[in-house]
Structures are given as structure tokens and as C-alpha cells.
Design a protein around this ligand. Structure first.
Ligand code: NDP
Ligand code: MG
Ligand code: MG
Length: 328
């Protein structure tokens, strides 16, 4: 494993180059503003009729259409949602790529699964913050950054790595450290993490614990505090000090109860399903399913969203967060 920091950056590599950030959402806004303030030549490529156009202008950035930005720039950094990247690439980026350009991403999905196939004479790079856009921006403003991942899928010009690392520097990532990976590793582990632990696993664990208490007759508000609100406090401890630091901070009773019961909650059956979810990612089955889902207009996602919104924990939580001043 190798980490790269500010001292490893060739600061001149982007001096005479223009970076076009395509998209001004969670990552686009954070990365383009950070790179701009770091002194890189940044333009933002957007559709004219979208909400981002004025936002990026008001933030003082140079805004143009995606076609214009892709044509003008040496580095085209694609930060629009993964499921629309292939379409926007075909319609607005592909014909504006020049030999020796770099096409860059913050997630390897479309390159790894073959939905975007840039021409042979273009670098393909990734610089990916390990944190949501708001965090990328906030830590940068505080003079630091979030850690990042770097990967090179194709190095046509011979300096693709330097270019990607300098972009990471612009976004503040080299202040915390940038770790080298591959498109395959980043894509597959990112999907696995969000499905099994971060987004899928955590919400289902919380919801199941909440429902168990409510079904047993406990007040939903109490159940919410015990199974949802406190998750952050525990995760913050793990984030800062590891499992050991967390076990050290909770009571001996919590430590004994947790250690002696947890394997009954995450069972061998659960681990087997984790493996299956990973295999669906590795074989491309998940990506195919997600592509079909998008082509059909997201019927399943809309159904799942409706179910999620109707959960009792969401209603109780929303009420409590307001009462406690955690949410407006
Ligand atoms: P967002 O959903 O926040 O992107 C929104 C932006 O995309 C807006 O500027 C929007 O413009 C534009 N956009 C949406 N649809 C279209 C379209 N059809 N044509 C043109 N522009 C469009 O994306 P994220 O920032 O979440 O993700 C960007 C990339 O970063 C992805 O590859 C993702 O995997 C990766 N990533 C994201 C992280 C995150 O925290 N969100 C973390 C790490 C990586 P408009 O206003 O015109 O609609
Ligand atoms: Mg992801
Ligand atoms: Mg307790």
C-alpha cells in the first residue's frame, strides 16, 4: 500500500492545462470550487436548462455547456450521476475529446463495466474523495481535506498519474493522503460497501432493531433513540479510535452484551448473503440490473423509496429530530 501526500505532487503538471468539471452536484460543486481556489484552471460543463447552471455562476465559476467545456479542456472530470454518464458521454463529450486528453472520474463504474469506452489516445484516470461532497468542501475550507483514492486505467501520455494526483491536491485530498487502487478494486469495493454495510446494511440493522422494540410494546421515541440516534455516537467512536476505543468508552455491560451477542445478529447466513452480493457485483449482474432499471424509468427504485418513506421510524425520527433541534 502506498499513500501520496502534498510532497509527492508535481505542482506544475496542470499549470497550462484546463480542467473541465462536468456536473455541479455533490462532488462537482465541492471539487470544482476546491480546485479553483487552489489555483487550477477550472471550467464547469453543464446543461443550460438545469438548476446547476446559475448556482455555479453565482459561486464565481466559469460555466459553459458540456460540449464547450469538453472541447476546451485538457482534462474532462465527469461528476454527474453514474447512471447517466454513458449517455452524456456519447452525446456531449466523446466527439470533443482530443488525442492526449485525460478523461477522469470519481468512481470507476462506467469504465470498469464497459459503459464508457474512450478512444485509445486518451488517458483514463480516477481521483475519488472518500467522503460526501459537503465534507470534501468543508474540510478544504478548514485547511485540510478528506482522504482519496487514485487509479489509472490507461496512461497514454505517460503522465496520467501526475495529472490525477495534482487534481487530488487541488481538491485537498493529498493533505489527508491519497491511496493507490485500480478501477476494478475501487468500483467493486465501493458498490459492496454501500450495499452491504454503509447504506443497505446499516439502515436494515437500525430498522430491524427499532421494529423489534416497538413490536414488543416499547415507546417508538425511546426505540428511536436506542437503535438509531445513538448509532452516530458509537460510529464516531469507532471512526476516531477503532473498535477498541469504542469498547473502552462504553460500559463493561455494553461491552460484554455486544461481544457475546453480535454473532447471533450477523449470522453465517448473513455472511453468505454478503458473499452473494459481492459475486453479483463482480460478475456485472448488479450493473446490468441497474442499467435495466434505469431504462425502465426506475420502477423498482420508486417502489422501494415509497416503502422507505412510509416506515414508522422515519416518521418518529423526523418528529424527534425537530424537537431536539437536530433538523429544521
Ligand atoms: P450528483 O447527483 O450530485 O450530480 C448532480 C449533477 O449532475 C448536477 O450538476 C446535475 O445538473 C447534473 N446532471 C444530472 N443529470 C444530468 C443530465 N441528464 N445531463 C447533464 N447533467 C446532469 O452526483 P454526485 O456528485 O453524487 O456523483 C458524481 C460522481 O461522483 C459519481 O461518479 C459518483 O459515484 C461519484 N462519487 C460521489 C460521492 C458522493 O458523495 N455523492 C462520493 C464519491 C464519489 P443539473 O442541475 O443540470 O440537473
Ligand atoms: Mg458509491
Ligand atoms: Mg444504552
Amino acid at each position: 500500500m502506498k499513500m501520496y501526500y502534498e510532497k509527492d505532487v508535481d505542482v506544475d503538471i496542470l499549470k497550462d492545462k484546463t480542467v473541465a468539471v462536468i456536473g455541479y452536484g455533490s462532488q462537482g460543486m465541492a471539487q470544482s470550487r476546491n480546485m479553483h481556489e487552489s489555483g487550477l484552471n477550472v471550467v464547469v460543463g453543464l446543461r443550460k436548462d438545469g438548476a446547476s447552471w446559475n448556482k455555479a455562476k453565482e459561486d464565481g465559476l466559469t460555466v459553459m455547456t458540456i460540449e464547450e467545456a469538453a472541447a476546451k479542456a485538457d482534462v474532462i472530470h465527469v461528476l454527474i450521476p453514474d447512471e447517466i454518464q454513458a449517455k452524456v458521454y456519447e452525446e456531449s463529450i466523446k466527439d470533443n475529446l482530443e488525442s492526449g486528453n485525460t478523461i477522469s472520474f470519481s468512481h470507476g463504474y462506467n469504465i470498469h463495466f464497459g459503459y464508457i469506452n474512450p478512444p485509445k489516445d486518451v488517458n483514463i484516470t480516477m481521483i475519488a474523495p472518500k467522503g460526501p461532497g459537503a465534507m470534501v468542501r468543508k474540510t478544504y475550507e478548514e485547511g485540510f481535506g478528506v482522504p482519496g483514492l487514485i487509479a489509472i486505467e490507461r496512461d497514454y501520455t505517460g503522465d496520467a498519474f501526475k495529472i490525477a494526483l495534482a487534481m487530488g491536491q487541488g481538491s485537498g485530498l493529498t493533505r489527508a493522503g491519497v491511496l493507490e487502487t485500480t478501477f476494478k478494486e475501487e468500483t467493486e469495493t465501493d458498490l459492496f460497501g454501500e450495499q452491504v454495510v454503509l447504506c443497505g446494511g446499516v439502515t436494515e440493522l437500525i430498522a430491524a432493531g427499532f421494529q423489534t422494540l416497538v413490536d414488543a410494546g416499547y415507546q417508538p421515541e425511546i426505540a428511536y433513540f436506542e437503535t438509531c440516534h445513538e448509532v452516530k455516537l458509537i460510529v464516531d467512536l469507532i471512526y476516531a479510535k477503532g473498535f477498541a476505543g469504542m469498547w473502552n468508552d462504553v460500559s463493561n455491560t455494553a461491552e460484554y452484551g455486544g461481544l457475546s451477542r453480535r454473532k447471533r445478529i450477523i449470522t453465517d447466513e448473513t455472511r453468505l448473503e454478503m458473499k452473494k452480493a459481492l459475486e453479483e457485483i463482480q460478475t456485472g449482474e448488479f450493473a446490468k440490473e441497474w442499467t435495466l432499471e434505469n431504462q425502465a424509468g426506475k420502477p423498482m427504485l420508486n417502489r422501494l423509496r415509497a416503502i422507505e418513506a412510509s416506515l414508522q421510524i422515519e416518521k418518529v425520527g423526523s418528529k424527534l429530530r425537530k424537537l431536539c433541534g437536530l433538523q429544521k
